[in-house]
Design a protein. Structure first.
Length: 260
């Protein structure tokens, strides 16, 4: 499971002490895994592994929206967000996930899409929901869905991707020898028809989504120091809105997420 370090402008344990919480997460995950009994269902799938991931996801949400002394007012849509759940549950724990983070850019808050930081890559991701065939419209600021009955049109995801890149590339410059930036547009349930696009963008759609996912899953490298330094720097420019708890938690258990 990827380590969910930041959602929106919510307070996060990781921004308080990245190094402590990333290692604590690994210990807790291993201890929790030992506590789950694995049964085989009628379809041959491991039942309590799905339960384990779902439980861990909900507990990660706690870490990404509260600390011992602070708590943020969370939009409950994130607890049901299948995209967020996939990126958290189906990406290995040597990756750090920023989900729709609000960063401070020249004193102004800017909301981005998805940043996934691995041992060797910084993936800037715009995720497109829905089915159909996405093509560039005549006005290149928009994409159109050619197979949609209503001929759906959306602002080009390339614009959002380029905005992310312009913000992140300066922070990534000191780490360019260890961490390369990858710009990716993902439409897992649709097709992207931009065969003549010249930009250095990875287009991941229904045809190659599983291949993209497996490349990440099979990344063998452990968490690296330069990776942690970069994540720490992005967390340092994150916008945080929170309230102090009326009854601050007294301690943190290393054996369970519960109560922390």
């Amino acid at each position: 499971m990827a380590q969910l370090v930041k959602i929106q402008d919510y307070v996060s344990r990781y921004e308080k002490n990245l190094y402590h919480y990333q290692s604590l997460f690994m210990r807790i995950k291993e201890n929790r895994r030992k506590g789950f009994k694995t049964d085989i269902g009628e379809d041959g799938r491991k039942l309590l592994q799905k339960e384990f991931r779902e439980t861990l996801f909900q507990n990660q949400m706690k870490w990404a929206t509260s600390t011992v002394r602070e708590v943020s007012n969370v939009d409950q849509k994130y607890n049901r967000d299948q995209q967020l759940q996939f990126l958290t549950e189906e990406i290995p724990d040597n990756y750090f996930l920023f989900y729709e983070p609000v960063l401070r850019v020249k004193s102004a808050p800017v909301e981005l899409d998805v940043i996934l930081v691995g041992p060797a890559t910084i993936s800037l991701i715009v995720w497109m929901k829905g089915e159909g065939i996405w093509q560039e419209a005549e006005n290149k600021r928009f994409w159109k869905n050619g197979s949609s009955e209503q001929k759906e049109t959306r602002l080009s995801p390339v614009i959002r991707l380029e905005r992310m890149n312009s913000i992140i590339k300066g922070w990534a410059e000191p780490y360019k020898e260890q961490l390369s930036i990858q710009q990716t547009i993902i439409a897992p349930n649709a097709f992207i028809d931009l065969s003549n696009d010249w930009r250095k963008i990875n287009f991941v759609d229904k045809r190659n989504f599983k291949e993209w996912h497996m490349r990440i899953v099979n990344e063998p490298a452990p968490v690296k120091s330069q990776q942690l330094k970069f994540v720490s720097e992005i967390l340092s420019i994150g916008v945080t809105n929170s309230l102090y708890r009326k009854d601050p938690l007294q301690n943190e258990s290393e054996l369970s997420f519960e109560g922390i």
